[in-house]
Design a protein around this ligand. Structure first.
Ligand SMILES: C[S@@+](CC[C@H](N)C(=O)[O-])C[C@H]1O[C@@H](n2cnc3c(N)ncnc32)[C@H](O)[C@@H]1O
Ligand code: SF4
Length: 391
């Protein structure tokens, strides 16, 4: 069993460190991940050298401030900006460093990124430095007052908006602020009107799973470029009791697989990597070809193609796996991504424990490392949300 839930998170050992001590292999195979590129939107296709070299997705939480109060918020967002956020000069330096790292996609997230008054300046700078930028604002009055054409002109290639309740009542209860559902729908329409590519994020929980059919119906009406279904991670304000049962998740993932290639939007999951196993099982060899809009490499997961930078510059394998692996104030993010022992170990499929370690689908899936950590204290444990029993 690799690096179990030992003491405090900064005293942990990781499988690669343990591997050297035990003589066990533990070196990532180095296989170049296939990049699937059937995107029909304007977002350009990318050349991607591989997980060891650079993250595919960098999430930068430019502020943790947010006017919403979501029940499940991983960031435990607060109404006020933190005094120790990266300042303008530090942000500019980080953008230069990220331009050197060349991730195919940089997502400016939060909290609510629009709570930083310089958010669009950061977008402009990042786009000018050659980065492809996405923006994940919260559906507040601030977004309603924004000029979507200006957001697009600044260089945002895709905006992502969250819908976690399929009705006004359930979404507003989930997000903690009345009017959020209506603002979200309005924002989708305004993005379409400005020809700004839209992604809709839906976080599935035990409480909203019964609305799955209604969510699906909404997607057919709203026609985002991408529907990204997040599977709850017990971290921040989210608890273990909020996670749906594995068999219910399986049924939903099977239905989502039936949308692929048929729906007018692309479908992917976030922290629900076993959707890829379901896809391969249901579509077989056609799984890759039939995933329109799916540009991320198979096998991407926390620390393995994903890097997260917090509002104060702390680097983690993802926003849902809150390990402090260093700070961009002191180290180049490329060095942290490439060399920090936790990142290195998370890229190693042989470091996985439990049934994920035995699973024939681990190279395309590998389970949510964040959920494993949130529920067991061990980021290498099996993903408790997956009902599959490896053959
Ligand atoms: C962290 S938010 C930031 C952007 C913006 N504030 C928003 O709400 O869309 C990005 C996405 O993460 C999701 N999320 C937050 N906490 C989560 C958790 N504990 N598990 C799974 N998804 C979560 C949100 O629902 C949202 O879709
Ligand atoms: S057992 Fe683990 S690796 Fe296999 S499909 Fe389930 S989550 Fe993925």
């Amino acid at each position: 069993m690799p690096a179990a839930a030992a003491a405090g998170q900064n005293q942990r050992t990781y499988p690669h460190v343990a591997a050297e001590q035990t003589g066990r292999g533990g070196v990532y195979s180095g296989m170049t991940p296939p990049v699937l590129d059937q995107e029909t939107s304007r977002v350009p296709s990318f050349n991607y050298a591989g997980f060891d070299e650079r993250p595919f997705l960098v999430f930068w939480e430019i502020t943790r401030a947010c006017a919403l109060a979501c029940q499940h918020c991983r960031a435990e967002a607060q109404p006020q900006r933190h005094p120790d956020e990266l300042d303008r000069a530090e942000a500019a330096r980080l953008i230069r460093q990220l331009a050197e790292l060349q991730p195919p996609m940089l997502i400016l997230t939060g909290g609510d990124p629009l709570m930083r008054s310089d958010a669009l300046d950061l977008v402009r700078e990042a786009a000018a430095a050659g980065l492809h930028v996405g923006l994940s604002p919260s559906a507040t009055a601030r977004l309603m007052n924004a000029d979507f054409a200006q957001i697009k002109a600044a260089g945002v290639e895709r905006i992502s908006l969250s819908l976690d309740g399929a009705t006004r009542a359930t979404h507003d209860a989930f997000r903690g602020v009345a009017g959020t559902f209506d603002r979200t729908i309005a924002a989708v329409h305004r993005a379409h009107a400005s020809d700004l590519s839209v992604q809709i994020n839906t976080t599935l929980t035990r409480g909203n799973l019964r609305e799955y059919e209604a969510f699906k119906q909404l997607m057919f009406e709203l026609k985002p470029a991408m529907w990204s279904v997040f599977l709850l991670v017990p971290t921040g304000r989210a608890g273990i009791q909020d996670l749906p049962a594995p068999q219910d998740i399986e049924r939903v993932f099977q239905d989502m697989a039936s949308l692929v290639g048929r729906a007018p939007f692309a479908v992917k999951t976030t922290e629900g990597h076993h959707f890829r196993r379901v896809l391969v099982q249901s579509l077989g060899a056609r799984a890759g070809k039939q995933r329109p809009g799916m540009r991320s490499p198979l096998g991407i997961r926390d620390g393995r193609g994903v890097m997260f930078i917090s509002h104060t510059g702390v680097v983690s394998p993802s926003g849902f796996l809150p390990f402090d692996c260093g700070n961009v104030r002191d180290e180049h993010p490329a060095d942290i991504y490439r060399h920090h022992p936790l990142f290195v170990s998370l890229r190693d499929n042989d470091a996985l424990g439990g049934k994920c370690g035995r699973c024939e689908f681990r190279a395309v899936c590998g389970g949510s490392r964040a959920r494993a950590y949130g529920m067991t204290g061990d980021p290498f444990a099996e993903d408790p949300a997956c009902e599959y029993q490896p053959q």
